[in-house]
Design a protein around this ligand. Structure first.
Ligand code: ADP
Length: 728
């Protein structure tokens, strides 16, 4: 055996007449890794497919030619077999697993194995002088097999060698010689050239075959998909390009949307969505989302050809080329109108049930309130001795009755608050409020309960505690609930203490805490304690004296103030409830008038309007009307009427911060006096107006200027209120 390497074949040359590159066909190029299944390998080396080209090559080159697998075994049969080989092959009873082209068996022919290993064409001679060339067949980095061509002598045949072959195969040496000597030897150079040609031809054909198989598969998949898409009637399935033109349309889409394929193809998709959605670019936004993330899903209205609207579940998938940008969208639509209708009916039913519940609750609590107030009123009168003296026994029983009535009144008022929460009618009347004042008021009302259990009730408010921006009545309610709970869940002779100080995490808030030395609350119950109707198992009889609404309402009230409520507790070691309230900030309240041009004018004036408190019964309305008059007398962009300070008569003061000098504030004052006189024909209000002008400091940052003005206004307000207190 004499292997001769022919060098690496230029297998990359495109086949003659080919117009598409392997990449265009979706084929692997030389360097790309192609993974071939056993089926694909078999298809690629299909004997019939290769038949024509191999036959043509054999006839043209006058050589035998055949395909082998990667083990060197013949695939199908040999084309254009040569006479000597034919004679020997016919005589051989069993050819065995050796080289299909050699007629001598030793040493074994390794042409195919060598060609595959080296990636080059390998030429071999057997011992009888027959020559063939083996060319490897590869696709990407996968080796499929080889083409072998030859069975020809490359020089004049040698009788001696042929005689040995004749003996080995039991044929007449004379016959073999006669056939052999008629064969024309093929020169070495020609064999070499044919190796090159065969390599290029084989590679090109293999590529083409691969492309053809893939295209066939793609067509099959497309057909299957089309068949599937066509079969789906409950879903509209269509595609459109990035310009919004419909590019495919299944029967389901025709059925659901009413357009035939012929009508809609190439049309803009917008006709199937409501004009409002198109105008507000809702549909476009969904497509953009699909572009960004690959997918978008939403539910919304869609329109049939008949202009009937239906509720659709829409699923958009962005489709891209193999490597390139998004080229189209696939849209799957499902008609969910029935589901939507059921959901609407269910929601309406739920809302209606909620409304009825709230109405019932509100009605019952209002109805209960009137008789309860009457019972409360008469009981306290009797207890106060209005209708004569009571025996100690009568007093004891009536006091018990009063306790129960008070508890009932509290429950009814909680129920009313709940309905207000649910109907969004729980409103706050905010003002700068003193927590010191509110705390002492609450403590005095809770005192009786605490004293009954010998509980030490105490309060500690920080000295520098600022005013909070809150509704004092609601803060009283929160504190009362927390202190009452503390007393309720603390054993006799325990302690309940209230503290108020700046909130450590945020100086814009004040933090109030209510601690008790009571039974404490487990971690599990701490999770649910602020829920509506929450009552903890195991707190026994005491917890049954409430409705489980107090903490829920407290949380609602705190959060409406912009604060937060939470607790710390350990079973057996008491509990501490904390809540925060925003600090009243004059700077924030006046921020809209403390702007550049207003302060650049150089002065800010605090105007105090004192009026005599009149008509006790209708007082609040009078005060409200006075506020309205004052609001009308000031310039909203330059001046601000401060919130009520909550101070009690006989003189009530209204404060105005005006971005003006004394002259400007005198004008405001005269307007106020004139309007108040018009309002108060009986001259009962006796209005008195005083003004303090503050110069805006030069050479400071705006922030420093504002803080200084605010601080001076606050101290002027305090001074005015103190002076009023002194002159009472
Ligand atoms: P209620 O009006 O029934 O007291 P709350 O909402 O105020 O309703 O409280 C709910 C539940 O939380 C109470 O029933 C009690 O079990 C528990 N709880 C509240 N405060 C305390 C406390 N300080 N110590 C122990 N348990 C408490």
């Amino acid at each position: 055996m004499i292997p001769e390497a022919l060098g690496r074949l230029d297998a990359g040359a495109p086949p003659a007449g080919s117009t598409r590159s392997p990449q265009q066909l979706g084929l692997a190029d030389e360097n790309r890794q192609v993974e071939l299944s056993a089926k694909m390998r078999a298809d690629l080396l299909d004997f019939d497919a290769w038949g024509e080209i191999l036959k043509m090559y054999g006839r043209t080159m006058r050589v035998a030619v055949a395909l082998t697998d990667s083990e060197g075994l013949l695939v199908g049969k040999c084309h254009n077999p040569q006479p000597v080989w034919n004679l020997v092959r016919d005589a051989a009873s069993d050819w065995g697993a050796g080289c299909p082209f050699c007629i001598t068996k030793r040493p074994p022919c390794a042409a195919v194995a060598d060609a595959i290993r080296s990636g080059t064409a390998v030429v071999v001679h057997d011992q009888a002088g027959l020559t063939h060339v083996a060319v490897p067949l590869t696709l990407g980095k996968e080796t499929l097999g080889a083409i072998i061509a030859g069975q020809v002598f490359d020089r004049y045949p040698e009788p001696l060698m042929l005689r040995r072959v004749a003996k080995d195969f039991g044929i007449s040496a004379q016959d073999l010689w006669e056939v052999a000597k008629k064969e024309r030897p093929v020169g070495g150079a020609l064999l070499q050239a044919s190796g090159h040609l065969l390599g290029a031809l084989g590679h090109a054909f293999l590529q083409q075959r691969h492309a053809a198989i893939l295209e066939e598969k793609l067509a099959e998949t497309n057909d299957r998909f089309r068949w599937l898409a066509e079969g789906i009637r409950d879903y509209a399935l269509f595609t459109m390009d990035t310009a919004g033109r419909v590019t495919s349309w299944n029967v389901g889409a025709e059925h659901m949307l009413g357009y035939t394929e012929a009508e809609i193809m190439g049309q803009n998709f917008s006709c199937i969505f409501p004009p409002e959605d198109i105008q507000r670019r809702f549909t476009e936004t969904q497509l953009h989302k699909a572009l960004r993330t690959g997918r978008a899903e939403y539910e919304g209205w869609s329109i049939r050809r008949t202009q009937e609207q239906f509720w659709a579940n829409v699923n958009i998938t962005a489709l891209s080329g193999r490597t390139g940008p998004i080229q189209s969208f696939a849209i799957i639509m499902q008609d969910s109108t029935e589901r939507k209708k059921i959901a609407i009916v269910l929601e309406e039913a739920q809302q209606e049930r909620g409304r009825l519940q709230e109405k019932f609750l509100s009605h019952v609590s209002h109805e209960l309130r009137t008789p309860l107030t009457a019972i409360y009123f008469f009981t306290t009168n009797i207890l106060d001795g209005v209708f004569g003296d009571l025996t100690p026994e009568q007093h004891k029983h009536l006091a018990l009755a009063l306790d129960n009535v008070t508890q009932l009144k509290d429950m009814v008022s909680d129920l009313l608050d709940i309905t207000r929460v649910e109907t969004h009618k729980l409103t706050l009347v905010r003002q700068p409020a003193s927590l010191v004042k509110v705390t002492s008021e609450v403590l005095s009302t809770c005192h009786t309960n605490a004293a009954a259990k010998n509980i030490n009730l105490r309060a500690d408010c920080a000295a520098n505690l600022p005013l909070v921006w809150a509704d004092p009545a609601r803060v009283r309610q929160i504190l009362t609930n927390l202190i009452d709970n503390g007393v309720k869940f603390t054993a006799d002779s325990g302690t309940v203490s209230v503290k108020a100080k700046f909130f450590g995490e945020d100086r814009d808030f004040v933090c109030v805490s209510v601690s008790d030395s009571g039974c404490g609350i487990s971690a599990e119950n701490r999770e649910i304690i602020f829920d509506r109707l929450a009552q903890v198992q195991g707190t026994g009889e005491v917890s049954r004296s409430g409705l489980g609404l107090g903490l829920f309402i407290s949380r609602e009230l705190v959060s409406r103030h912009g604060g937060r409520i939470w607790l710390d507790s350990r079973p057996g070691h008491g509990s501490t409830f904390y809540f925060t309230l925003p600090v009243f900030s004059l700077v924030k309240y006046c921020s809209h008038i403390f702007s550049g041009p207003n302060l650049d004018a150089g002065s800010v004036t605090l105007i105090a309007v004192d009026v005599v408190e009149v008509q006790r019964g209708a007082q609040t309305d009078v005060l409200r009307e006075i506020r309205q008059i004052l609001e009308r007398c000031i310039h909203a962009g330059q001046d601000v009427l401060l919130p009520a300070t909550g101070d009690k008569g006989p003189i009530v003061t209204f404060f105005i911060v005006a971005c003006s000098d004394p002259k400007g504030s005198a004008l405001i004052a005269s307007r106020i006096l004139r309007d108040l006189q018009n309002f108060d024909k009986a001259s009962q209000l006796n209005p008195r107006i005083s003004a303090t002008t503050i110069r805006v400091a030069r050479g400071q940052s705006r922030e420093e200027q504002i803080h200084e003005i605010a601080a001076r206004i606050e101290s002027s307000v305090q001074e005015h209120l103190l002076a009023k207190e002194r002159n009472k």
